[in-house]
Design a binder for this molecule. Structure first.
Ligand code: C5P
Length: 206
């Protein structure tokens, strides 16, 4: 069984993905970490995230061990990820890893931007998670504050809006709801309500 969860930045898809995976005993892949890892590795070696060929070389040599690095969750990696992810060769380099992850029995829960549309078009269940940008900024600020990191909600909102525009506007695999995905708007839902709603969507498809 494959569950594909897509949605914009800070929509809660990662938390939902983790909980759904735990519920069904399936492995979970947060595909955003792959793009974040490319950006961070590039920055670490003094590279520029706007250098498409350097980003491609890093993506082609990416070590999946890097996915556990806590620095991947920070804003620099997120902003860089949304730049390198627009490069078609970077996306192509990361495609195989994601498809192989999905193909391993007994299946997987994968969240990202293009899982239902490009990576796993035949997923049994597809959820498109969204929430109002202000609510997403509020949640992200709480998350940063919880980790003791600076959390200015206005700048987080600006970052989210810029990232949404880049992710939806790019030519290759833009953020989009698959025709057979179910829309889940979590603006007025707490984490448990969102999980219950997501579970109901999956249960209706399997
Ligand atoms: O989900 P997360 O915010 O960690 O993703 C970081 C960035 O990686 C996104 O803004 C997006 O540009 C890119 N991404 C993508 N395709 C995915 C997952 C993430 O392009 N499947």
């Amino acid at each position: 069984m494959i569950v594909a969860i897509d949605g914009p930045a800070a929509s809660g898809k990662g938390t939902l993905g983790r909980r759904i995976a735990a519920h069904y005993g399936l492995p979970h892949l947060d595909s955003g970490l792959l793009y974040r890892a490319v950006a961070l590795a590039l920055i670490a070696r003094g590279g520029d995230v706007h250098d498409a060929s350097a980003a491609t070389a890093v993506a082609q040599a990416l070590d999946p061990q890097m996915l556990g690095d806590p620095a991947l969750r920070g804003p620099a990696a997120g902003a860089g990820a949304s730049v390198v992810s627009a490069v078609p060769e970077v996306r192509a380099a990361l495609l195989d890893f994601q498809r192989r992850f999905a193909a391993e029995p007994p299946g997987a829960v994968i969240d990202g931007r293009d899982i239902g549309t490009v990576i796993c078009p035949h997923a049994e269940a597809k959820i498109f998670v969204t929430a109002a940008p202000e609510e997403r900024a509020r949640r992200r600020a709480l998350e940063f504050a919880g980790r003791g990191e600076p959390a200015d909600e206005a700048s987080i909102l600006a970052d989210i809006l810029a990232r949404d525009a880049r992710d939806m506007g790019r030519a290759v695999a833009p953020l989009a709801q698959a025709a057979d995905a179910v829309l889940l708007d979590t603006t007025t839902l707490n984490a448990d309500q969102a999980f219950a709603a997501a579970l109901a969507i999956v249960e209706a498809r399997i």
